[in-house]
Design a protein around this ligand. Structure first.
Ligand code: C2E
Ligand code: MN
Ligand code: MN
Length: 413
């Protein structure tokens, strides 16, 4: 099966035409040997390459390309399968957009002399990727100040709310707190309370230990321990996010009144509480959910859609109502710096939330590379192991990005 792979990458090197020719000559020989066809476009800052060949061979080659220190920010834009090559099997062809004008290149690539396989439709995705690059360059380029080699994470002591309160009898659950941070401001803006069994077990394990008919009720009343856990001066300027199943709000009578009482007891303003509901849960029971949503709004409690983009309703959910916050699911966050598809989807979520004045949180951020890309794309708030794991105690170490001065990009970025 023939595979087509398109990537782009950025470079700081001057790349004289002689240096480029050397690069292409070497690549050409290698490609012929491997049975790979390559079309390389270069505009002075960005390489754009189409590769066609057997998938396992392309994977090996692409791994080598990724680790080449002469470029960085290598992003896979497209991977697809095809019956026949689009371009003749001549190893590698270069188009240097600095010395060739757009018309010539377009003619050479797409015209009869370009040698592209006859009969290929002009709306072929590969051609459209190429045409866009030739006429417009690339979107979502990483600005130099957000190259991950310009940053490091630094640990600092942080005092979490608490210590956990003492109740008369042993509580049936506990809560860990995970900060939601604005890294460039160096601020914790919010804590998310994550439920644990008394012995520290996961939410799934805790709910599995309860009879199904008690889930909603338990979920709701457990929030007394979340609010108690977060009680303290650290909360004055921050918000507290709690997770709830929508059913815990609409099947339990007086659920919103109960939350309001808890807020008063623990001295929180209603807008300091943010209820996180996952996208998948909302769409299965939208009408019931909408009724309690109105009650929450009346009281002034905030609302976030959790795990947004995890593969359920997508953006269309936002036509029904708009929450205060959207938390981008960690499957979209994971390795976003490497994936053109994830970048395009997250950019469209950012655009949509900007227009609708919805705050975005990127969750599950684990690496500096992911944070650099997301921060440079305009996201301000983050949650993830990179900054802090969920904490049971009242003190812990938090990690903050620190810019390294006078440090150009390093090999391997
Ligand atoms: P969630 O609300 O999306 O919470 C984030 C989960 O991702 C947490 O798992 C957290 O520990 C984990 N996480 C945070 N940062 C990272 C990271 O950088 N990498 C990775 N791999 N994971 C990260 P946890 O605590 O196991 O919670 C799992 C889910 O259980 C939560 O997902 C939430 O949907 C649910 N949950 C938690 N507390 C409650 C609750 O009180 N009621 C209900 N109904 N569900 C809850
Ligand atoms: Mn959550
Ligand atoms: Mn989530």
């Amino acid at each position: 099966m023939l595979t087509t792979l398109i990537y782009r990458s950025q470079t700081d090197e001057p790349w004289t035409s002689a240096a480029l020719t050397d690069l292409v000559d070497a690549a050409c020989l290698k490609n012929i040997e491997l049975g790979v066809t390559g079309i390389l476009l270069f505009n002075g800052r960005v390489f754009f390459q189409v590769l066609e060949g057997k998938e396992n061979i392309l994977d090996l080659l692409f791994n080598q390309i990724r680790s080449d220190f002469r470029h960085h920010a290598v992003v896979e834009l497209m991977r697809d399968y095809t019956a026949a090559r689009r371009f003749p099997d001549t190893g590698m062809r270069l188009f240097d957009l600095r010395s060739q004008d757009i018309c010539t290149v377009t003619d050479e690539v797409f015209g009869p002399t370009g040698g592209a396989r006859e009969g290929l439709p002009r709306d072929d995705r590969v051609f459209r990727f190429m045409a866009d690059f030739i006429t417009e360059g690339c979107r979502y380029l990483l600005p130099p100040e957000f190259r991950s080699t310009c940053w490091k994470m630094e640990g600092r002591e942080h005092s979490f709310p608490g210590p956990a309160p003492v109740f008369r009898q042993e509580t049936p659950c506990r809560f860990a707190l995970q900060p939601i941070v604005d890294p460039l401001a160096g601020e914790v803006v919010s804590y998310e309370a994550l439920i644990r069994s008394p012995s520290g077990g996961s939410p799934d394990a805790l709910f599995a230990s309860l009879p199904a008919e008690r889930h909603y009720h338990f979920d709701l009343i457990s929030k007394v321990w979340a609010l108690a856990r977060a009680y303290g001066p650290e909360m004055e300027t921050r918000t507290l996010a709690v997770n709830l199943l929508p059913g815990s709000l609409y099947t339990v009578t007086g659920a919103v009144r109960y939350l309001r009482r808890l807020l008063r007891r623990y001295n929180l303003r209603p807008e300091q509480l943010i209820i996180e509901v996952t996208e998948s849960e909302i769409i299965t029971c939208f009408d019931d959910f909408f009724r309690v949503l109105k009650q929450l709004r009346e009281v002034g409690i905030g609302l976030a859609i959790d795990d947004f983009g995890a593969g359920y309703s997508g953006l269309s959910l936002l036509t029904k109502f708009q929450p205060d916050r959207i938390k981008i699911d960690m499957t979209l966050v994971r390795d976003i710096h490497l994936s053109g598809a994830k970048q395009a989807i997250v950019m469209s979520v950012i655009q949509c939330c900007t227009d609708l004045k919805i705050t975005i949180v990127a969750e599950g951020v684990e690496t500096l590379e992911e944070w650099c890309w997301l921060q440079s794309a305009g996201i301000r708030l983050f949650q993830g192991f990179l900054f802090s794991r969920p904490q049971m105690g009242s003190t812990g170490i938090m990690h903050w990005p620190v810019r390294l001065l006078n440090r150009p990009g390093n090999p391997g970025d």
